[in-house]
Design a protein around this ligand. Structure first.
Ligand SMILES: [Zn+2]
Length: 114
């Protein structure tokens, strides 16, 4: 179904100075700091870039474990970064996904426990 020609540019983008990024998996937009950057390190690899400053093509993912799981099991992220990820890269994503939790509470090592 051709949908060309239906794109309208809206000039109503009135935003503050909060940089917004879009998760490449779920397409949700969020403040930059709540997303995690993945940077392409070669044609066959990418790495998680916690600083968000590494050189190279980057893509952002939100902190939902489901998005990271999808990034590891679908071509979405690979396409965004134009990478054919090797096993190590995919594994890194899976490990990262495993370390994420679904609840909003950040796990802190200094959590007060009786
Ligand atoms: Zn997401």
């Amino acid at each position: 179904m051709p949908t060309a020609g239906t794109t309208k540019k809206k000039n109503a983008l009135r935003q503050k100075h909060v940089p917004q990024r879009t998760c490449v998996v779920c397409r949700e937009t969020n403040a930059k700091r709540t997303l995690i950057r993945v940077v392409r390190t070669s044609e066959t690899s990418y790495e998680i870039d916690p600083t968000g400053r590494a050189n190279g093509r980057g893509a952002y993912l939100c902190d939902k474990p489901s998005c990271w799981a999808k990034a590891a099991t679908t071509p979405i992220l690979a396409k965004a970064l134009r990478v054919s990820p090797n096993e190590a890269s995919v594994q890194r994503l899976q490990e990262f996904a495993a370390g994420l939790t679904d609840n909003d509470v950040e796990p802190t090592e200094t959590a007060e426990r009786s």
